[in-house]
Design a protein around this ligand. Structure first.
Ligand SMILES: Nc1ncnc2c1ncn2[C@@H]1O[C@H](COP(=O)(O)OP(=O)(O)OP(=O)(O)O)[C@@H](O)[C@H]1O
Ligand SMILES: [Mg+2]
Length: 340
């Protein structure tokens, strides 16, 4: 086995080393290499990051801590999200300090959002950055293409970007049904602590800490789409729990359950009408179970309640609609619907 100084020099050149690499380089067993690395860690010469197979050893104080930032501007030509991901993971040592659950959340969320920019935006360039500090892991995917809401509005012939946002939030809204299923933004926005989409004049914030959704006016307007994803570095969320939450059969994977925030359909009006109910219901026939969240909805019209709880129910008797967070007035309107 080489002198420890040689190993340190090797680590210095490579920025980070794994026990397997060390074993191969110096022709010793992996166990032996691991032992030497552990001794160097105990002596404060190297820092160990990660666990089991993902363990790497880095020099202390060379930007090799659990903090860091990486950014890239990519040309959107033959880009593959997994290659970009691997490139980042190999360059950003802080990635190795992520817990197992966070690593899979990041892999999923980042790949989905980058895939969207690659396949849907039509943008020539895509900017990405990833940042981690003691508190937070965050990333951005920024493109300069058609814009997520406008893309959906045009291809689905909707009247406004707000209608596109309403449909997008239900899930299973895709403009490329042959190759895509409309799940990426739905699940990524649910697993984040805070998820933001900015495009043209709209900023959509899904704040899972406050358990609320905000639609704000964006000034100045943003060309294309900017995604912001943020999650606590100590988050104990698991991707599978989120997938399971939106499936009616816990044993079999199938995205067949969704949630709709009725308040997003009642903005700027007090008259909550039958045509608004139809907007709420658009696309919900693709699900088996729907939670209708009436939080912050002061009142609904009789026709609104009738359209949802009688007309739609009659047409799709197998779909379960569960209203939640109703105030007195809304509950009165929903309960007086003649369900026969
Ligand atoms: N960066 C973007 N630029 C333009 N349109 C976008 C962008 N990201 C998403 N979209 C639009 O939003 C829709 C929904 O995106 P989402 O990721 O939820 O589903 P999908 O990509 O269609 O399917 P899946 O993610 O399941 O493969 C897309 O079909 C596309 O129309
Ligand atoms: Mg997608």
């Amino acid at each position: 086995m080489p002198a420890k100084a040689l190993i340190i020099a090797f680590a210095f050149r490579r920025k980070k080393i794994k026990s397997g690499e060390l074993a191969a380089k110096f022709g010793v067993s992996r166990q032996y290499a691991s032992r030497v690395l552990r001794e160097l860690v105990a002596a404060g010469k190297l820092v160990k990051i990660g666990t089991t197979n993902a363990t790497v050893y880095v020099l202390p104080g060379l930007g090799n801590t659990a903090e860091g930032r990486i950014e890239k501007r990519l040309s959107n030509k033959n880009l593959k999200e997994h290659e970009v991901f691997e490139d980042i993971a190999s360059k950003a040592t802080f990635m190795f300090s992520l817990s197992e659950n966070l690593r899979s959340i990041f892999t999923y969320a980042f790949s989905e959002m980058l895939n969207n920019a690659i396949e849907h935006s039509g943008s020539k360039n895509i900017q990405i950055d990833v940042e981690k500090n003691d508190q937070t892991l965050a990333f951005h995917v920024n493109d300069f293409g058609v814009g997520v809401f406008r893309n959906i509005m045009r291809k689905r012939r909707l009247r406004s970007e707000v209608e596109a946002i309403q449909d997008l939030l239900k899930g299973k809204t895709t403009t490329q049904p042959k190759a895509h299923s409309g799940e990426g933004i739905f699940f990524t926005s649910k697993i984040a602590d805070v998820f933001t989409l900015e495009s043209h004049r709209h900023r959509l914030v899904i704040d899972n800490i406050l358990e609320d959704i905000f639609l704000e006016e964006l000034k100045p307007a943003k060309k294309g789409t900017k995604v912001t994803f943020r999650i606590a570095a100590a988050s104990e969320k698991h991707l599978n729990d989120i997938f399971r939450k939106y499936q009616t059969d816990p044993t079999e994977y199938g995205f067949d359950k969704t949630e709709v925030q009725v308040k997003l359909y009642t903005m700027g009006t007090i008259h909550i009408s039958r045509s608004q109910a139809r907007r709420v219901l658009a696309g919900l026939e693709k699900f088996k179970s729907v939670i209708l969240d009436f939080d912050h909805v002061p009142t609904v019209g009789q026709a609104f309640a009738d359209e949802i709880f009688r007309v739609f129910k009659h047409r799709y008797p197998a779909i379960d609609i569960q209203p939640i967070n109703m105030n007195e007035g809304v509950r009165f309107m929903v309960e007086r619907v003649d369900k026969e």
